[in-house]
Every structure is written in C-alpha cells, then in structure tokens.
Design a protein around this ligand. Structure first.
Ligand code: SAM
Length: 326
C-alpha cells in the first residue's frame, strides 16, 4: 500500500522524536532560558509509539528515524527499536543522536535491529565543541562515532550545521575526514527555528560550501536512492566517504518530501516549516487505532507545498528543534 498526500507525493518516512530532553545545550537549538520540559505523562508511551508505527506501516510507511531531544536519554530506547524493527513493512530504521552516549549504546542498538546512525557534530575542535554545546564532551562523541562504525551501524553520517563566523572555518576539515574515513559528512543550512538566535548573516548556503570543498579534489555527484532524503550527494575523488548538502533554505525540497514527524507529546506534523499539528495522541487515546488513521488523514491533507525557488526563503517554525527532532 502507498500513502500519498493531496499533491500526490509519496509519503513513506516517519521521524519520531521520543523526548524533548537533551544532555547538550547547543546554543542554536535550545537556547538558554528555555528550561521547561514536557512532563513524562505528556509523552507518548512506547506501546503507543509502536501502535502508531504498526498502523502507519500498514498504510505505506517504510522508513522510521528516532530523534529527540536526545533519543538515547529515553529509558528503554533499545526495546523500542527492537519492537519497531519487527514491525512488518518497516525496511529502514535509523537514529539521530548527539553521540555523547553512543559508545555505551552502539552494540545494543545494533543488536536491537537499528540499521544506522546520524551523529550531529558541529566542530572537530574540542574547545569549540564545548562552546557550542555547553559541555566538554567531544572525546565521548568521537568514541561514539568509532563505536558505531565498529558495530556496523553504517553508513555513519555526521550532520554539521554550518554557521558563518562560528564553524565555517572547519568546512574543509570536515570534508577531508571523508578522504580517510568511510563517513558521510552532511552540511545543513542553519534554519530559523523556535527562539534560536537566527540571522540570515549567519547562514552559509550549500552552494558556497560546495564551492569551497571543490578545492579539495574532483567532486563526483552520486545519484540519490529511494530513502536518501533531501541531501544532494557527492564524493571527493578517491575518498572513502561521502559529502551531502542539505539546503532547506536555499533550495526547498518540497516536491520530494516524503516525511511525517511525530513529536514526543504525540502531535503529527506534516512539515518542518509549518506550525500546523494534528493531535494524534488525543485521537489515539479516545478512538484507539482508528484515531491514528483519522490523524494521518488530517496531517496528509495539511501537508503543504511551499515549492522551489532560488535564494533563501525564510519561514520560521515556532516549536524548538529539540522538540521536533530536526
Ligand atoms: N540530539 C540529537 C542530535 O543532536 O542529533 C537529535 C535531535 S537534534 C534537534 C537533530 C538535528 O537538528 C541536529 O543535527 C541539530 O544540529 C539539528 N538542528 C537543530 N537546530 C537546527 C537549526 N536551527 N538549523 C539546522 N539544524 C538544526
């Protein structure tokens, strides 16, 4: 069975944010002053999440990503993964993490059925990492990346939010990593989300990033596969890894968008840049499984099409990224 929205886009990907809590305090994601977290009772239980995945898989969802907050902070996360991995129809299950706890979890995640991980890392310099995240944990994250590679949670993707005057002097260093390691380094344009201190002057477009990395060697474009998502992929000639450019601002990928997002408190979101949410949890708790389908239909009907245009297009969403999960 295939799920389609009203623009006939195939929707087969669900991103589930399992918590809004995080053990890092990245300035651009959860700024200081934002101290409140959802009470535990507001969160979808694992049983409910599994129920949602089962019903959506029956209707065409094939790929699931767990995110947060920091998903490895939610107790029992490996059991949830084990449950999702057994759902018929789910072909791909991945996780986005800041990597701090990854060394400890990598083996269990693999055994639970996780296929691969994306690790968010905005600097290769320990002092700068500590400045961005408010925690001196670069070495833990790096050991986490190594553990994920060792366990075969591959490809291990490194997500770098590129910000002018902050980490843009490391773009080439990140790209060079792919020459000697089988990592997929993906540069993401800095987005205006929640109450973050976003300014257009801090954004580096993927075009500029691509131009800069092209000085390191010949860039070979790689065609995208069905589950590749919005990244435009490249390989530096002779490299073990890959580069990816994710450009939500400079080049919207609405026409290829195949995603739905589930927030920790059970809201179904059809677009990162739209604040429209459907209260799936309320439907589920009053109507049972039937309620999941009602929420699904409503979300698909609301899924917008912003379209493609050149240049930066700014549409800020109100909820913080630490709640939506990126
Ligand atoms: N804690 C996990 C992690 O660090 O990957 C998962 C949640 S985090 C919100 C998911 C991703 O969103 C991270 O890669 C983070 O860098 C990215 N992100 C947060 N705020 C962003 C922004 N304003 N623009 C672009 N990416 C952002």
């Amino acid at each position: 069975m295939e799920l389609q929205d009203r623009y006939r886009r195939k929707v087969n990907y669900l991103r589930i944010s399992v918590t809004d809590r995080c053990n890092l305090r990245c300035q651009y994601c959860r700024p200081l002053g934002k101290e409140d977290f959802l009470p535990h009772g507001e969160l979808l239980t694992f049983e409910e999440i599994l129920q949602v995945v089962k019903v959506l898989a029956e209707h065409g969802i094939r790929k699931v990503r767990l995110t947060g907050g920091e998903p490895l902070l939610r107790r029992g996360i490996t059991e949830l993964i084990e449950g999702i991995a057994q759902v018929e129809g789910i072909e791909d299950i991945s996780l986005t993490t800041n990597g701090v706890l990854l060394e400890r979890f990598a083996g269990d995640l693999k055994r639970a059925g996780l296929k691969r991980v994306n690790v968010s890392l905005d600097s290769l310099r320990p002092e700068r990492f500590a400045l961005i995240t408010q925690r001196d944990a670069f070495q833990e994250v790096w050991r986490g990346i190594e553990a994920a590679m060792k366990e075969g949670l591959e490809p291990v993707k490194i997500n770098v939010v590129a910000m002018k005057g902050f980490n843009d002097d490391e773009i080439e260093d990140f790209a060079r990593l792919t020459l000697r390691m089988p990592l997929h380094v993906r540069f993401i344009e800095f987005m205006p989300v929640g109450e973050n201190q976003w300014e257009i002057s801090r954004v580096i477009g993927c075009k500029e990033i691509l131009e800069r990395v092209s000085h390191l060697g010949r860039l070979i474009p790689i065609p995208s596969g069905e589950f590749d998502g919005p990244a435009r992929r490249f390989k530096l000639e002779g490299a073990l890894g890959e580069l990816g450019m994710i450009s939500p601002l400079s080049s919207h990928f609405c026409s290829r968008c195949n995603r739905l997002r589930l927030t920790p408190d059970g809201k179904l979101r059809a677009c990162l840049f739209s604040d429209e949410e459907v209260d799936l949890k309320a439907y589920l708790r009053t109507m049972g499984e039937e309620g999941i389908l009602v929420a699904l239909k409503e979300a698909l009907d609301k899924k917008p099409f912003i379209g493609v245009r050149d240049g930066f297009r700014i549409r800020k969403c109100q909820r913080g990224m630490h709640e939506i999960g990126g």
